[in-house]
Design a protein around this ligand. Structure first.
Ligand code: 5GP
Length: 193
């Protein structure tokens, strides 16, 4: 069996449940380090600066690009900028800690260009109808924003073949266990199960 590659990149269409899967990994697989991205978007209710994202203004984001502080970055849904702080990722990889990035497709392509040894996982919805249901059910975006995100999702779904693995998010714990396994970690049962 080959040695698991240490950097894992997870991408997938909007509202597929990347945030829920990330939260489950954080809780059940604390040995995985999850990168905290920088974004120019406003926090949603309940989001904490430094935990969900580092929330910054556009000037600071531009400065980070100029200084080469970002491993990758993208404007997502044609609106806000998101990026991965480079130094943190390199520090974790140097220490041999399994690291996971949860980013969009454009970002995943950039990482593939600079770190081809990383492994790329596409998190897919069980079906298109289910994706639409999850997106509209969240209720945090306006109708216009939902349309914009569905348009992005259509393009993103077409890119599955660029990835090393496709994980279907039909059940959060199951999907998380599969991702852990791909990262070389023994899946463990849900506590209390
Ligand atoms: P949201 O605004 O719903 O938290 O995230 C919107 C999108 O931005 C998601 O598809 C998410 O994967 C993506 N995203 C979050 N962080 C990053 C990042 O650091 N880089 C890139 N390229 N995309 C990101």
């Amino acid at each position: 069996m080959s040695v698991p590659r240490r950097l894992t990149v997870m991408a997938g269409p909007t509202a597929v449940g990347k945030g829920t899967v990330s939260a489950d990994i954080r809780q059940r697989y604390p040995e995985v380090w999850l990168s905290v991205s920088v974004t120019t978007r406003d926090p949603r209710p309940g989001e904490v600066d430094g935990v969900n994202y580092h929330f910054v203004g556009p000037d600071r984001f531009a400065e980070m690009i100029t200084n080469g502080e970002l491993l990758e970055w993208a404007v997502v849904h044609g609106r806000n900028s998101y990026g991965t702080p480079r130094a943190e990722v390199e520090k974790m990889l140097d220490q041999g800690i399994p690291a996971l990035l949860e980013i969009d497709l454009q970002g995943a392509r950039q990482v593939k260009a600079t770190m081809p040894d990383a492994q790329f996982i596409f998190l897919a919805p069980p079906s298109w109808d289910e994706l639409v249901r999850r997106l509209t059910g969240r209720g945090t975006e306006s109708a216009e924003e939902q349309q914009r995100r569905l348009a992005t999702a259509t393009v993103e779904l077409a890119s599955q073949s660029e990835f090393d693995h496709v994980v279907i998010n039909d059940d959060v714990h199951r999907a998380t266990d599969e991702i852990a396994q791909l990262m070389g970690i023994e899946p463990r049962p849900v506590s209390g199960a």
